[in-house]
Design a protein around this ligand. Structure first.
Ligand code: SF4
Ligand code: SF4
Length: 133
C-alpha cells in the first residue's frame, strides 16, 4: 500500500511544475518581508554600537574614534537584529537578494558622516532676577 502511495506521489510530482526556482539563474521572488542585505544611512548613525553588540555572528564593527561602520557580508546571517535595535533607525533591510558569493570579498567599511548638532548656548542667569528674590 505504501508503495502505491509513494508511486502516486512520484508520478504527480513529475507532472507538476517545480515548486522551487532555479535561483540565481532565475530571479528570486521578492516580497516586502524578504531579507536581502543590511544597509546603513551613515548620515544618521550615532556610533552607539548597539548593532555590533547584538549581532549574533559578529558581522558588524563600529569604531567610534575612527567614525566607521563596517560589515562582513559573509558572516551576516540576515537575522535583522541590528535593524531592530538601532535607536535612530538608520539601518534597513533591503529586500533584493545580493548575488551569491564564491569568495570572501573583504569587509565593507562605511565612513559615518553624522555630525552631532551643537548645543544651543546656555542662557546666563538673569542678574536682576537672582537679586530680587
Ligand atoms: S542582520 Fe543579523 S547577522 Fe546580519 S549584521 Fe545584522 S545582526 Fe548581524
Ligand atoms: S547603526 Fe544604529 S545601532 Fe549601529 S552604531 Fe549606528 S546608530 Fe548605533
Amino acid at each position: 500500500m505504501a508503495f502505491f502511495e509513494m508511486a502516486k506521489t512520484a508520478i504527480l510530482t513529475t507532472l507538476k511544475r517545480p515548486s522551487t526556482r532555479r535561483y540565481p539563474a532565475v530571479p528570486a521572488k521578492v516580497t516586502p518581508l524578504s531579507r536581502g542585505k543590511v544597509v546603513i544611512d551613515p548620515a544618521r548613525c550615532i556610533s552607539c554600537g548597539m548593532c555590533m553588540k547584538k549581532c549574533p555572528s559578529g558581522a558588524i564593527c563600529v569604531v567610534k574614534d575612527e567614525k566607521t561602520w563596517s560589515i562582513d557580508r559573509l558572516k551576516c546571517v540576515v537575522c535583522n537584529c541590528c535593524v531592530d535595535v538601532c535607536p535612530v533607525h538608520c539601518l534597513t533591510m533591503e529586500t533584493g537578494y545580493s548575488p551569491s558569493m564564491t569568495r570572501h570579498q573583504g569587509v565593507e567599511v562605511i565612513p559615518i558622516t553624522y555630525v552631532k548638532p551643537e548645543r544651543p548656548p546656555r542662557k546666563e542667569p538673569d542678574e536682576k532676577g537672582g537679586q530680587d528674590s
